[in-house]
Design a protein around this ligand. Structure first.
Ligand code: FE2
Ligand code: FE2
Length: 202
């Protein structure tokens, strides 16, 4: 079952397969960010032992992914260049509640959505790109599927009071995420929308 509100457009897949080097560099940054976001949650919720032990393991795994992407970049002779950040993470973050306990639930939902989008895009890329990227992305797809399920379990646990808030909050944030991942974008990034120049004028 996907929690995403809309699938990745074919125009993004076409652009990402053509500009796979640019996407690989951003992917290395995404793995670093995934590790540092998990570590930030360890500091934000130190009293939640289920969360801290699961996310400590996840942070180590994301750093291992970063090392694997770095190795792949060397193998394919892709040089690291600094890229301007895309709109995705900041756009999603701006939709989150700023006060607790809503913020914790929102953070878990947002990370579940990011991991679910990564999982979806690794599957799309592994079906289209040649070796060695096909099997590399397929292996990461399985990891991101586990991560998305973990964040979803943490989101369930982050609910409070009598009424379950998760379904409606997840749906609202999924709509924001889908808009960011599917509407025309100025930059091509791992979580971007399709590039403007590939979108039909409206
Ligand atoms: Fe990862
Ligand atoms: Fe992940």
């Amino acid at each position: 079952m996907s929690i995403l509100a809309a699938p990745t457009p074919a125009a993004w897949v076409d652009a990402a397969c053509e500009s796979w080097r640019e996407v690989l560099i951003d992917h290395a940054n995404c793995e670093k960010k995934a590790a540092s976001s998990a570590i930030a949650l360890l500091f934000a919720y130190p009293e939640d032992q289920a969360l801290t032990s699961a996310l400590s393991r996840l942070a180590r795994e994301e750093l291992r992914h970063f090392e694997q992407v770095s190795q792949m970049m060397r193998r394919l002779d892709v040089q690291f260049v600094r890229q301007r950040p895309g709109r995705y993470a900041a756009g999603l973050r701006s939709a989150l509640c700023s006060h607790e306990p809503s913020r914790k639930l929102d953070l878990m939902c947002a990370y579940a959505l990011i991991e679910a989008r990564s999982c979806e895009r690794f599957a799309l890329l592994s079906a289209r790109l040649p070796a060695p990227l096909d099997s590399f992305y397929a292996s990461l797809q399985a990891a991101e599927a586990r991560h998305f399920e973990l964040y979803l379990r943490l989101a369930e646990a982050a609910q409070w009071g009598g009424d379950p808030q998760l379904p409606s909050r997840l749906r609202q944030l999924a709509l924001v995420e889908a808009q960011l991942a599917t509407s025309p974008d100025e930059q091509l990034r791992f979580h971007s929308g399709p590039p403007l120049d590939r979108c039909a004028p409206v």
